[in-house]
Design a protein around this ligand. Structure first.
Ligand code: HPA
Length: 259
Protein backbone atom coordinates (compact mmCIF):
# COMPACT_ATOMS: atom_id res chain seq x y z
CA UNK A 1 0.00 0.00 0.00
CA UNK A 2 1.26 3.50 -0.85
CA UNK A 3 2.00 5.43 2.34
CA UNK A 4 4.32 8.20 3.49
CA UNK A 5 4.32 10.24 6.70
CA UNK A 6 6.40 13.04 5.18
CA UNK A 7 6.06 14.94 1.92
CA UNK A 8 8.25 17.47 0.16
CA UNK A 9 6.57 20.05 -2.09
CA UNK A 10 8.97 21.96 -4.30
CA UNK A 11 9.07 24.42 -7.17
CA UNK A 12 11.60 22.85 -9.52
CA UNK A 13 14.96 21.13 -9.43
CA UNK A 14 13.95 17.86 -7.83
CA UNK A 15 15.36 15.48 -10.43
CA UNK A 16 18.18 14.38 -8.12
CA UNK A 17 16.04 13.84 -5.02
CA UNK A 18 15.41 10.13 -5.56
CA UNK A 19 17.06 7.45 -7.56
CA UNK A 20 14.13 5.39 -8.72
CA UNK A 21 10.93 5.75 -6.71
CA UNK A 22 7.38 5.13 -7.90
CA UNK A 23 5.56 7.81 -9.87
CA UNK A 24 1.81 8.30 -9.94
CA UNK A 25 -1.01 10.83 -9.85
CA UNK A 26 -3.88 10.51 -7.40
CA UNK A 27 -7.48 11.20 -8.38
CA UNK A 28 -9.22 13.36 -5.75
CA UNK A 29 -12.67 14.99 -5.36
CA UNK A 30 -10.93 18.15 -6.67
CA UNK A 31 -9.37 16.59 -9.78
CA UNK A 32 -6.06 14.82 -10.37
CA UNK A 33 -3.00 15.77 -8.31
CA UNK A 34 0.34 16.73 -9.84
CA UNK A 35 2.71 13.80 -10.34
CA UNK A 36 3.96 12.43 -7.04
CA UNK A 37 7.07 10.27 -6.58
CA UNK A 38 7.21 7.96 -3.61
CA UNK A 39 10.75 7.13 -2.52
CA UNK A 40 12.99 6.59 0.50
CA UNK A 41 15.02 9.24 2.32
CA UNK A 42 16.95 8.18 5.43
CA UNK A 43 14.91 5.00 5.76
CA UNK A 44 11.63 6.89 5.68
CA UNK A 45 8.98 6.84 2.97
CA UNK A 46 8.75 10.33 1.47
CA UNK A 47 6.30 11.65 -1.14
CA UNK A 48 7.80 14.23 -3.48
CA UNK A 49 5.44 16.61 -5.27
CA UNK A 50 6.80 19.28 -7.67
CA UNK A 51 3.85 21.70 -7.59
CA UNK A 52 4.47 23.15 -11.07
CA UNK A 53 4.57 19.66 -12.60
CA UNK A 54 7.64 17.75 -13.70
CA UNK A 55 8.47 20.10 -16.57
CA UNK A 56 7.32 23.30 -14.84
CA UNK A 57 4.22 23.55 -17.01
CA UNK A 58 1.67 24.70 -14.38
CA UNK A 59 1.69 28.44 -13.50
CA UNK A 60 1.21 29.44 -9.84
CA UNK A 61 -2.43 30.54 -10.21
CA UNK A 62 -3.39 27.28 -12.01
CA UNK A 63 -1.87 24.82 -9.53
CA UNK A 64 -4.58 22.56 -8.13
CA UNK A 65 -3.60 23.13 -4.51
CA UNK A 66 -6.61 21.27 -3.14
CA UNK A 67 -5.98 18.16 -5.25
CA UNK A 68 -2.29 18.14 -4.28
CA UNK A 69 -2.89 18.44 -0.54
CA UNK A 70 -5.82 16.01 -0.62
CA UNK A 71 -3.66 13.49 -2.48
CA UNK A 72 -0.93 13.74 0.16
CA UNK A 73 -3.57 13.33 2.87
CA UNK A 74 -4.75 10.08 1.25
CA UNK A 75 -1.13 8.82 1.41
CA UNK A 76 -1.32 9.44 5.17
CA UNK A 77 1.13 12.35 5.07
CA UNK A 78 1.36 14.12 8.45
CA UNK A 79 4.16 16.58 7.72
CA UNK A 80 4.95 18.70 4.69
CA UNK A 81 8.29 20.38 4.08
CA UNK A 82 7.93 22.88 1.24
CA UNK A 83 10.28 25.13 -0.68
CA UNK A 84 9.44 28.42 -2.37
CA UNK A 85 11.36 30.99 -4.40
CA UNK A 86 10.68 34.49 -3.05
CA UNK A 87 11.44 38.10 -3.80
CA UNK A 88 12.87 40.06 -0.85
CA UNK A 89 10.76 42.98 0.37
CA UNK A 90 12.78 43.37 3.56
CA UNK A 91 15.87 45.41 2.60
CA UNK A 92 18.09 43.47 5.03
CA UNK A 93 17.73 40.37 2.86
CA UNK A 94 19.63 39.66 -0.33
CA UNK A 95 19.54 37.06 -3.13
CA UNK A 96 20.84 33.70 -1.89
CA UNK A 97 19.45 34.22 1.65
CA UNK A 98 17.11 31.63 3.14
CA UNK A 99 13.95 32.43 5.07
CA UNK A 100 11.66 30.28 7.22
CA UNK A 101 8.33 32.12 7.50
CA UNK A 102 6.47 32.23 10.79
CA UNK A 103 3.41 34.11 9.56
CA UNK A 104 1.74 35.15 6.31
CA UNK A 105 -0.48 37.60 4.46
CA UNK A 106 -2.65 36.19 1.69
CA UNK A 107 -3.19 38.52 -1.27
CA UNK A 108 -4.25 35.80 -3.71
CA UNK A 109 -7.54 36.51 -5.50
CA UNK A 110 -9.08 33.65 -7.43
CA UNK A 111 -7.88 30.40 -5.86
CA UNK A 112 -9.96 27.66 -4.26
CA UNK A 113 -8.91 28.32 -0.73
CA UNK A 114 -10.58 25.75 1.52
CA UNK A 115 -11.81 22.15 1.89
CA UNK A 116 -14.74 23.48 3.94
CA UNK A 117 -17.13 24.95 1.39
CA UNK A 118 -20.17 23.25 2.93
CA UNK A 119 -21.73 22.63 6.33
CA UNK A 120 -20.57 22.34 9.03
CA UNK A 121 -19.21 25.87 8.64
CA UNK A 122 -15.54 25.66 9.62
CA UNK A 123 -13.22 28.53 10.58
CA UNK A 124 -9.73 27.14 11.07
CA UNK A 125 -7.38 29.05 13.40
CA UNK A 126 -4.15 30.05 11.64
CA UNK A 127 -2.38 31.71 14.58
CA UNK A 128 0.36 29.09 14.12
CA UNK A 129 -0.03 28.17 10.48
CA UNK A 130 3.60 27.17 10.09
CA UNK A 131 4.25 24.26 12.48
CA UNK A 132 6.60 25.50 15.25
CA UNK A 133 8.14 22.05 15.73
CA UNK A 134 8.85 21.52 12.04
CA UNK A 135 10.18 25.08 11.73
CA UNK A 136 12.60 24.50 14.59
CA UNK A 137 13.97 21.30 13.00
CA UNK A 138 14.21 22.99 9.61
CA UNK A 139 16.02 25.98 11.13
CA UNK A 140 18.49 23.75 13.03
CA UNK A 141 19.32 21.78 9.88
CA UNK A 142 19.53 24.92 7.77
CA UNK A 143 21.90 26.66 10.19
CA UNK A 144 24.47 23.88 9.77
CA UNK A 145 24.63 24.49 6.02
CA UNK A 146 23.58 28.07 5.42
CA UNK A 147 25.15 31.32 6.66
CA UNK A 148 22.33 33.69 5.93
CA UNK A 149 19.13 32.15 7.23
CA UNK A 150 16.27 34.19 8.71
CA UNK A 151 13.55 32.91 11.00
CA UNK A 152 10.33 34.71 11.95
CA UNK A 153 9.56 36.31 8.60
CA UNK A 154 6.18 37.26 7.13
CA UNK A 155 5.46 35.56 3.79
CA UNK A 156 3.20 37.41 1.38
CA UNK A 157 1.46 35.46 -1.38
CA UNK A 158 0.30 37.27 -4.52
CA UNK A 159 -1.88 35.87 -7.30
CA UNK A 160 0.66 36.14 -10.11
CA UNK A 161 1.62 35.14 -12.67
CA UNK A 162 2.94 38.68 -13.12
CA UNK A 163 5.44 40.12 -10.66
CA UNK A 164 4.33 42.97 -8.42
CA UNK A 165 4.54 46.66 -9.21
CA UNK A 166 6.98 48.88 -7.26
CA UNK A 167 4.00 50.67 -5.64
CA UNK A 168 2.51 47.33 -4.54
CA UNK A 169 5.83 46.34 -2.97
CA UNK A 170 6.03 49.67 -1.08
CA UNK A 171 2.51 49.02 0.23
CA UNK A 172 3.31 45.42 1.21
CA UNK A 173 6.47 46.59 3.02
CA UNK A 174 4.38 49.06 5.02
CA UNK A 175 2.10 46.12 5.93
CA UNK A 176 5.04 44.25 7.46
CA UNK A 177 5.67 41.69 4.71
CA UNK A 178 9.26 40.44 4.41
CA UNK A 179 9.17 38.23 1.33
CA UNK A 180 6.83 37.71 -1.61
CA UNK A 181 6.01 34.59 -3.58
CA UNK A 182 3.13 33.19 -5.65
CA UNK A 183 2.80 29.59 -4.43
CA UNK A 184 2.86 29.44 -0.63
CA UNK A 185 -0.91 29.91 -0.26
CA UNK A 186 -3.46 28.46 -0.02
CA UNK A 187 -1.16 25.40 0.09
CA UNK A 188 -0.15 25.93 3.75
CA UNK A 189 -3.73 26.68 4.88
CA UNK A 190 -5.11 23.61 3.11
CA UNK A 191 -2.54 21.42 4.87
CA UNK A 192 -3.56 22.96 8.21
CA UNK A 193 -7.22 22.28 7.43
CA UNK A 194 -6.34 18.57 7.24
CA UNK A 195 -4.24 18.62 10.45
CA UNK A 196 -0.98 18.27 8.51
CA UNK A 197 2.14 20.06 9.82
CA UNK A 198 3.58 22.47 7.25
CA UNK A 199 6.80 24.49 7.11
CA UNK A 200 8.61 26.03 4.19
CA UNK A 201 12.21 26.85 3.34
CA UNK A 202 12.17 29.93 1.12
CA UNK A 203 15.16 31.18 -0.83
CA UNK A 204 15.54 34.75 -2.04
CA UNK A 205 15.90 34.65 -5.80
CA UNK A 206 15.65 38.41 -6.36
CA UNK A 207 14.96 41.72 -4.67
CA UNK A 208 11.27 42.58 -5.02
CA UNK A 209 10.00 45.02 -7.65
CA UNK A 210 11.21 48.61 -7.49
CA UNK A 211 14.41 47.80 -5.59
CA UNK A 212 16.33 46.99 -8.76
CA UNK A 213 15.45 48.06 -12.32
CA UNK A 214 13.62 44.90 -13.33
CA UNK A 215 12.98 41.28 -12.38
CA UNK A 216 13.74 38.52 -14.84
CA UNK A 217 12.56 34.94 -14.64
CA UNK A 218 16.10 33.91 -15.64
CA UNK A 219 17.57 35.38 -12.44
CA UNK A 220 14.90 33.59 -10.38
CA UNK A 221 15.64 30.25 -12.11
CA UNK A 222 19.43 30.73 -11.89
CA UNK A 223 19.32 31.35 -8.13
CA UNK A 224 17.14 28.24 -7.75
CA UNK A 225 19.69 26.16 -9.66
CA UNK A 226 22.60 27.54 -7.62
CA UNK A 227 20.89 26.75 -4.32
CA UNK A 228 19.32 23.42 -5.34
CA UNK A 229 21.89 21.24 -3.58
CA UNK A 230 21.78 23.16 -0.29
CA UNK A 231 17.98 23.00 -0.34
CA UNK A 232 18.04 19.25 -0.90
CA UNK A 233 20.66 18.65 1.82
CA UNK A 234 18.76 20.81 4.32
CA UNK A 235 15.50 18.99 3.67
CA UNK A 236 17.18 15.57 3.93
CA UNK A 237 18.90 16.57 7.19
CA UNK A 238 15.54 17.72 8.60
CA UNK A 239 13.89 14.45 7.58
CA UNK A 240 16.71 12.45 9.21
CA UNK A 241 16.37 14.19 12.56
CA UNK A 242 12.67 14.81 12.91
CA UNK A 243 11.20 12.44 15.54
CA UNK A 244 8.44 10.16 14.30
CA UNK A 245 5.98 11.36 16.94
CA UNK A 246 4.57 14.86 16.51
CA UNK A 247 4.87 17.12 19.55
CA UNK A 248 2.91 20.06 18.17
CA UNK A 249 -0.78 20.91 18.10
CA UNK A 250 -1.22 20.81 14.30
CA UNK A 251 -3.06 17.50 14.60
CA UNK A 252 -5.73 19.38 16.58
CA UNK A 253 -6.04 22.35 14.20
CA UNK A 254 -9.76 21.76 13.79
CA UNK A 255 -10.59 21.75 17.48
CA UNK A 256 -13.05 24.56 18.12
CA UNK A 257 -13.22 25.39 14.42
CA UNK A 258 -16.73 24.12 13.60
CA UNK A 259 -19.92 26.10 14.06
N1 HPA B 1 7.44 38.15 -6.63
C1 HPA B 1 6.58 37.10 -6.59
N2 HPA B 1 6.99 35.85 -6.62
C2 HPA B 1 8.30 35.60 -6.71
C3 HPA B 1 9.24 36.63 -6.76
C4 HPA B 1 8.79 37.98 -6.72
O1 HPA B 1 9.56 38.94 -6.76
N3 HPA B 1 10.47 36.06 -6.86
C5 HPA B 1 10.27 34.71 -6.84
N4 HPA B 1 8.96 34.43 -6.76
Amino acid sequence: MRKAAIAIITGTGTKTFFQGGTKFRIGTPYGPSAIITLGRICNKNVALLPRHGETHEIPPHKINYRANIWALHTLNVKRILATNAVGAINLQYKPGDFIIPSDFIDFTKYRSLTFYDDAPVTHVDVSNLYCPELREHLFKSAKQKINRIWNDAVYLCTEGPRYESPAEIRMYRSFGCDVVGMTGLPEAVLAHELNICYSTLCFVSNMAAGIKKRISTDEVAEEGQKLGNIIKETLFETITHIPRKRNCICSRALEGARV
